[in-house]
Write a protein that binds this ligand. Structure first.
Ligand SMILES: Cc1cc2nc3c(=O)[nH]c(=O)nc-3n(C[C@H](O)[C@H](O)[C@H](O)COP(=O)(O)OP(=O)(O)OC[C@H]3O[C@@H](n4cnc5c(N)ncnc54)[C@H](O)[C@@H]3O)c2cc1C
Length: 495
């Protein structure tokens, strides 16, 4: 169905069903290692602004699952070690172990609940057979371009049940015989046909292949080029509120309105240069997840600035936070160079370059790519084959970063570079045109489903639909990124 264009938001129309589970100066600051923290808070807030002062009350809990623990007698017996039991590591361990490949997952806290509030398009999760892992869905999504213009999209969005997702992945691993070791990996070493890890508990474990799925802050993966990432940074709260103005049947993908900055000239000026938007999941009239987000910035927009903008926005929207149930700091490196390909450690998840460079989304991509990499690993390490060392590393890296995927990533990185050039008005114009595209294109772009040829068509349509100001923006501000894109595509074609 085509995207609908309507004036400013209507009052709530559909009451959604209750959810089943409930899931920080200067303007610019220098990048720090990526982090994500979700804290559980239960402190009352007295006025519109002071929810930022609330202190965490308790930590994330643990899942109650009986894991098969690593035993010292297993020390030399693994085909594969996966570092990290985040969604990427567990999904890969699950898929590889289905082939009878012996896998050990190592994490300081394998049973910890996943910390992040993940969202996804419903069709994406369903196509992976993981529809059950969504604990709340919204039939529509909307994007507020500015006060007088809102786009409504017929694409359902869902909130991922972190507990259910992790439980499902862990249980699959357990039933396939995956072992778990509770430790932090300090070091990875390599011989010609075997690798090993050294952990903080003094243990050393050997395997034919090590996969690093330890997230964005990993230090095990090497790069040939300087890492000029963009950064997505956001502050999110799951909050109990007196009321909020959002429709319960619509997930707010982006709210670019800036009327809340009327009395805040400094905030308005900085937001005009480096804009932030609100991402909101309204669960009911009194429960809502709110996240003030910088889509991409370089250098990174300061966390303090983001929080100030959020305070001003909530005040303007009349949202009084009574209780903060959870909060999260979201920091996602986007774009930048890929790791050196191949290298002795295989990367997967946040550390592998699969984050969408224009959006910061990764979860579904990791879920979808794990079986592809698992096939390659099983081909090499499965019972019938004996492919080890360089040939193994080459094969698994190629399975993730084929030429086609690299070219598409180049294009998506160009998207990120374009977004980095745009101010608030340019960004609004961009998304206004983007969400007016044929859904095949905008949905395909966001879901990394388009071929390079389709991406080229998308760009032409986008340019045709853009306002004259946006066209001028692209022509004047983007020749360098465009030239870089063409150069990199040419190099990739020659390699
Ligand atoms: C706050 C936040 C919200 C996000 N929301 C979304 C979203 O809505 N949708 C989406 O698609 N993407 C989202 N992302 C991006 C991305 O999908 C997530 O970051 C995702 O969790 C990355 O998965 P991962 O398994 O690669 O790494 P992580 O989830 O970070 O897991 C890494 C694991 O490795 C372990 N580990 C780290 N170091 C070591 C070590 N030395 N030894 C052993 N273990 C180690 C950690 O304990 C952790 O368990 C979000 C990111 C953040 C930060």
């Amino acid at each position: 169905m085509a995207t609908l264009l309507r004036p400013f938001s209507q009052p709530p129309t559909i009451k959604s069903s209750p959810i089943n589970h409930v899931r920080h100066t200067p303007l610019l600051s220098s990048p720090k290692p990526a982090s994500s923290k979700t804290r559980r808070l239960r402190v009352q807030s007295g006025n519109l602004g002071n929810f930022l002062d609330l202190k965490p009350e308790s930590k994330l809990g643990s899942l109650d699952i009986d894991l098969s623990w690593f035993h010292p007698s297993d020390r030399s017996g693994f085909d594969l070690i996966v570092i990290g039991t985040g969604p990427a590591g567990l999904r890969l361990a699950d898929r590889v172990s289905r082939y009878g490949v012996k896998v050990c997952c190592v994490d300081p806290s394998p049973l910890s609940m996943l910390p992040n509030n993940y969202g996804s398009w419903v069709d994406e999760f369903e196509s992976l057979g993981l529809g059950d892992c969504l604990d709340k869905t919204w039939p529509m999504t909307c994007v507020y371009i500015h006060d007088g213009r809102t786009r409504y999209m017929d694409r359902a969005y869902g909130r991922v049940s972190r507990n259910f997702l992790k439980t499902t992945l862990l249980e699959n691993c357990v039933s396939n015989g995956v072992r778990f070791h509770k430790a932090k990996v300090w070091e990875v070493k390599h011989d010609e046909f075997e690798s090993s890890i050294a952990c903080d508990d003094g243990s050393e474990i050997k395997a034919s292949l090590i996969v690093d799925a330890s997230g964005f802050a990993s230090t095990f993966i090497e790069y040939d080029k300087p890492r000029n990432h963009g950064y997505q940074i956001a502050h999110g709260i799951l909050a109990e509120v007196d009321s909020h103005p959002f429709d319960l049947d619509k997930m707010v993908l982006m709210d670019w309105r800036d009327s809340h900055m009327g009395n805040e000239p400094y905030l308005r000026a900085s937001n005009s240069r480096i804009p932030t938007f609100l991402y909101a999941m309204p669960f009911d009239q009194n429960l809502i997840f709110l996240e003030e987000t910088s889509l991409v910035s370089r250098p990174m927009l300061s966390y303090v600035e983001i929080k100030k903008r959020m305070v001003a926005r909530l005040r303007h929207l009349g949202i009084r936070v009574k209780t903060v149930i959870e909060d999260e700091k979201c920091l996602i490196p986007m774009g930048g160079p890929l790791p050196r390909i191949p290298q002795s450690v295989m990367a997967f998840g946040g550390t592998s370059g699969i984050v969408h460079p224009s959006t910061g989304y990764m979860l579904v991509r990791a879920m979808a790519l794990a079986p592809v990499i698992a096939d390659a690993i099983a081909e090499c390490l499965g019972s019938a084959r004996m492919i080890r060392g360089r040939a193994l590393h080459h094969r698994v890296w190629q399975s993730l970063w084929s030429s086609d995927r690299k070219r598409v990533r180049e294009f998506n990185s160009f998207g990120m570079e374009t977004l980095l050039q745009l101010d608030l008005n340019g960004t609004r114009g961009f998304f206004d045109a983007f969400f007016s595209l044929d859904p095949y294109y905008w949905q395909g772009f966001l879901s990394s489903r388009l071929s390079l040829r389709e991406l080229a068509s998308l760009s032409i349509s986008l340019f045709e639909r853009a306002s004259n100001t946006s066209k001028l923006d692209v022509v004047t501000k983007c020749p360098l990124p465009l030239a870089r894109l063409m150069g990199n595509l040419a190099l990739e074609a020659l390699s």
